[in-house]
Design a protein around this ligand. Structure first.
Ligand code: SF4
Ligand code: SF4
Length: 399
């Protein structure tokens, strides 16, 4: 196992972290605790020392599971990371209420790496008003949390604003070779690192999309590689090639994945990919974009839309429908991510487009944005959207 230093405190963290969001499950959907415990402990026995969970994972069952999995001496061998469910916070008291409940669920007296979960611009503004700074300082002083960070899925501009708004120890961003210009992106990664923050990476395989049945055209490209590697190994090596990255989380749920990831994490040093290999990965990224319904790179040049449509996010969810071949999942995430219902933000739906055309000439990919948004609305909107929004609210409230 290779290790990298957390810049602000010098912790030597394994470059591979165990993510407890997609643990193995039984036929009834509950965590297969026996198998998951063995996987977590096997990873720790082989050098992993960073384990990540969150309040909503596995409908609230991930944290208590991890608490049990880390009994018998394993808690002392790892840094535990979990997250404050920002969308459920209505008062200053709520912050302590959730943290204390998490300490109990995890059977520990402190969280090593605590994150404000799913922080986007609107939520940060709300939490600031509720005096989250006081909560963080007090929780740190009382040693209930050791390091503070935030996990992020918003815009590049908001990312920099949030990085600068508080003396964070670390942050967690979605990053992989398809998201170089999406969300925080490479620019955000480099910005956070330049400010002395450790950077934990989530979604290295884009929710598994980069390893799910690989389209033949992509497979053909991978086959041209001078050294043959699995798509997962390419994806991980590409991320670890960046020296700004501290830990990469992998939601492992299969013994083979654990072994493969451990193996790659013992070799993937910064700047270890050759120019030819980097070009190959760029070629694969380009091929994926070509296969997607909309060739949106997430650059956001088209924003702001006067009607409030989140154009790149509409296209991201729409593309995922085709990449994952899963219409139901895409329709659910369309309601979760674009209705504003979960974050109490403004809706940013494709149906809000009034076809003014202002965005079209700003798009470097020359996408016919208004027409494509009509397709998004036809396939992901529709009369049952209100029901999906209600369901999304319920699911997130229960978590
Ligand atoms: S065409 Fe639609 S998406 Fe583009 S700026 Fe106008 S309202 Fe917004
Ligand atoms: S400008 Fe074009 S490529 Fe960039 S985010 Fe908007 S739609 Fe996507």
């Amino acid at each position: 196992m290779l290790y990298r230093k957390m810049p602000k405190n010098g912790d030597n963290l394994s470059i591979l972290g165990f993510g407890c969001m997609r643990l193995p499950v039984k036929s009834d959907g509950s965590i297969d605790e026996d198998r998951a415990t063995k996987q977590v402990r096997y990873a720790i026995d082989n050098g992993v020392n960073y384990v990540d969970t969150a309040w909503p994972y596995h409908m609230g069952a991930s944290e208590p599971f991890l608490g049990r999995a880390l009994l018998e001496g394993y808690r002392e061998k790892v840094k535990v990371s979990t997250k404050l469910p920002s969308w459920l916070i209505e008062s200053r008291e709520d912050m302590d209420k959730f943290l204390n409940a998490q300490l109990e669920k995890l059977q520990t007296d402190h969280i090593d790496y605590y994150l404000i979960h799913y922080l986007v611009g609107d939520l940060w503004d709300k939490l600031e008003k509720l005096n989250i700074a006081d909560f963080i300082e007090k929780a740190k002083k009382e040693d209930r949390i050791k390091n503070i960070g935030f996990s992020f899925h918003g815009t590049g501009t908001d990312f920099k604003r949030i990085v600068d708004a508080y003396p964070w120890d670390f942050c967690q961003i979605q990053y992989n070779f398809l998201d170089e210009k999406n969300q925080a992106g490479t620019e955000g990664l480099e910005y956070a690192a330049s400010k002395g923050l450790g950077v934990v990476i989530m979604e290295p395989l884009r929710g598994g999309n980069l390893t799910k049945p690989i389209p033949q055209a992509v497979r053909d490209l991978w086959n041209q590689a001078p050294v043959q590697r699995t798509p997962a190994e390419w994806a991980f090596r590409w991320i670890w090639n960046h020296p700004e990255v501290t830990v990469v989380l992998s939601g492992m749920n299969d013994e083979r994945h654990v072994q493969e990831n451990l193996h790659v994490a013992s070799e993937a040093t910064p700047h270890s990919l050759t120019e030819t290999e980097l070009q190959l990965v760029q070629g694969v990224a380009a091929k994926y974009r070509e296969l997607m319904k909309v060739g949106c790179t997430g650059c956001r040049y088209c924003l702001p839309c006067p009607s409030g449509v989140n154009i790149p996010l509409c296209f991201e969810v729409y593309n995922n429908k085709y990449l994952n071949n899963n219409a139901d999942e895409a329709k659910f995430y369309y309601a979760v991510r674009l209705s504003g219902a979960v974050t109490n933000g403004e809706p940013e739906l494709a149906s809000q487009c009034v076809q003014c055309g202002q965005c079209v000439e700003k798009c470097p990919q020359q996408i016919d944005i208004p027409t494509m948004l009509q397709s998004v609305e036809e396939e992901l909107g529709g009369p049952d959207l209100d029901n999906r929004i209600k369901m999304a609210k319920q699911v997130f409230k229960q978590m």
